[in-house]
Write a protein that binds this ligand. Structure first.
Ligand SMILES: NC(=O)NC(NC(N)=O)C(=O)[O-]
Ligand SMILES: [Zn+2]
Ligand SMILES: [Zn+2]
Length: 475
């Protein structure tokens, strides 16, 4: 793991100008809290030599008034005097749109011993994330109805440090019940999420393509997306030969979840994603494949669907871009997730796909559990909880690995803000642009830090530093 010595880069400060609590009604209404700015000023200017806007990186100033961006001025145009308001000068630090994490499990209500809104959103803020869309499972009960969504909203209210929205769950029980799905969407779910394999959570069973087809037809009316965990178990290919099943070895786990699981699911999804084409029965709906790990056939299939006009996008996660199977030590179940982290060659192909635009965006898939479920003493990959705890570190991980591939600040903003905002239907977020919410992250791209015991980690279970030394680990 030594080459994983992540000298990750620190976040200077987070300027989440707002701590809105929002959710949508039929015609997207934003529910806001008024006590949300980190600054006491109502009107201020943020100055930096590196402001990342949709039109490129500029040296200049962003004017914020009543939590909205009201003007953006290039340095050469302000002639040394900004008008009224407080001025906060960040020098050379990067001023970027706040990250929008469309895939995190905060496990609240019901499993707050795993994470919870207070610790999860605080860690998000410390990591530069200003908006987080919470997954409908791992909390209890799962968020599969208007009533269970209400429980989540109640749990979140007054307990969050960043903006939070919610996905609802598409499960067999509600998939053919249009009234129930419509009630869930009308109550504020920004879209739906389903699994094509067991989710590990009893009250969140998996769906098949008929359920997904039904879900898309309802979502079309609301113009909202369906997010899918795309793996279908292929028994014949995950069979372990005698002598090949040391459960402490990562390679054993990897064999149980080959790329063919992702490929089979995506192939199946494409039989229904064609409904989302212009003129199709589910035009207006959108299909989003979460946490893609297989950069082979699965990716080719998705490319094909896009070129056919299907409304489809795909995300991958920092752990697939930072780590590779070869590096994962026996028993180190911190790295267990599904689909699994694959070999180094696959990791390279994921980077290529991201840089070439075949992968649309990034998300954390922060999926922590109580540490005992990770079975650290036993180190059994086959029995341990699958899920990686990473929320606070996704920006430094993406940047410190991405810079080796020539990633630009504009690309970071695209993958972490602009496209996630679009997926979640957040028209006034995702970019430093006039009229948008002043959701802004400020960070120092050239300062290195080690993830050791001196670093404040706000996550409930900072398993990232469980083993020391070495003191670095990110997950
Ligand atoms: N129940 C889960 O949170 N599962 C998650 N687990 C992972 N990714 O290992 C996921 O997103 O599939
Ligand atoms: Zn998943
Ligand atoms: Zn997940």
């Amino acid at each position: 793991m030594d080459d994983l010595q992540l000298r990750v880069l620190p976040l200077l400060a987070l300027l989440a100008s707002l701590l809105y609590f929002f959710y949508f009604q039929d015609s997207p209404t934003l529910f806001e809290r008024s006590d949300c700015s980190l600054f006491s000023y109502n009107h201020y200017w943020i100055i930096s030599k590196r402001i990342v806007t949709p039109r490129g990186v500029i040296s200049g100033a962003v004017e914020v008034k009543e939590e909205k961006i009201v003007s953006i001025v290039k340095e050469e145009d302000w002639h040394g005097n900004l008008k009224r308001g407080q001025i906060i000068d960040y020098g050379e630090a990067v001023v970027m749109p706040g990250l929008i994490d469309v895939h995190a499990h905060l496990d609240d209500p019901g499993r707050t011993e795993w994470e919870g809104f207070p610790s999860g959103t605080r860690a998000a803020a410390a990591g530069g994330i200003t908006t987080l869309i919470d997954m409908p499972l791992n909390n209890f009960p799962s968020t599969v109805s208007a009533e269970t969504l209400k429980l989540k909203i109640d749990a979140a209210e007054k307990n969050i440090y960043v903006d939070v929205g919610f996905w609802g769950g598409l499960v067999p029980e509600n998939a053919f019940d249009a009234n129930s799905l419509e009630a869930l969407l009308s109550a504020g779910a920004l879209g739906l999420k389903s699994f094509m394999c067991p989710s590990g959570i009893n009250d969140f069973p998996m769906t098949n393509s008929s359920h997904i087809k039904e879900g898309l037809s309802i979502l079309a009316k609301y113009r909202r997306p369906l997010l899918v965990h795309a793996e279908i178990p292929q028994d014949s290919e995950s069979y372990l030969e005698d002598g090949e099943n040391d459960p402490r070895s990562y390679s054993t786990y990897l064999k149980t979840r080959p790329p063919s699981w992702e490929e089979a699911a995506i192939r199946e999804l494409l039989t229904v994603s064609k409904d989302t084409r212009i003129g199709g029965p589910a035009e207006g709906a959108h299909l989003h494949v979460v946490h893609l790990s297989d950069a082979g056939s699965s990716l080719q299939l998705l490319k094909q669907a896009k070129s056919n006009g299907d409304s489809v996008t795909v995300e991958t996660c920092p752990h697939y871009l930072a780590f590779s199977a070869e590096e994962i030590k026996d028993g180190d179940t911190r790295f267990k997730c599904a689909p699994p982290i694959r070999d180094a060659a696959n990791k390279e192909r994921l980077w290529t796909a991201l840089l070439e635009g075949d992968i649309d965006m990034l998300s954390s898939d922060h999926s922590p559990s109580a540490p005992d479920l990770k079975l650290f003493d036993e180190g059994n990959f086959l029995k341990a909880w699958g899920g990686i705890s990473s929320l606070q570190f996704v920006l430094p991980v993406t940047w410190s690995h991405g810079r080796q591939y020539g990633v630009t600040l504009e690309q970071l903003a695209l993958w972490w803000s602009e496209r996630p905002a679009k997926l979640a239907g957040q028209d006034l977020k995702g970019g430093i642009a006039v009229g948008n919410h002043a959701d802004i992250t400020v960070w120092e791209p050239n300062v290195e830090f080690e993830l050791n015991n001196d670093l404040p980690v706000y996550l409930k279970h900072p398993v990232c530093r469980r083993i020391s030394p070495p003191s670095f680990l990110i997950h």
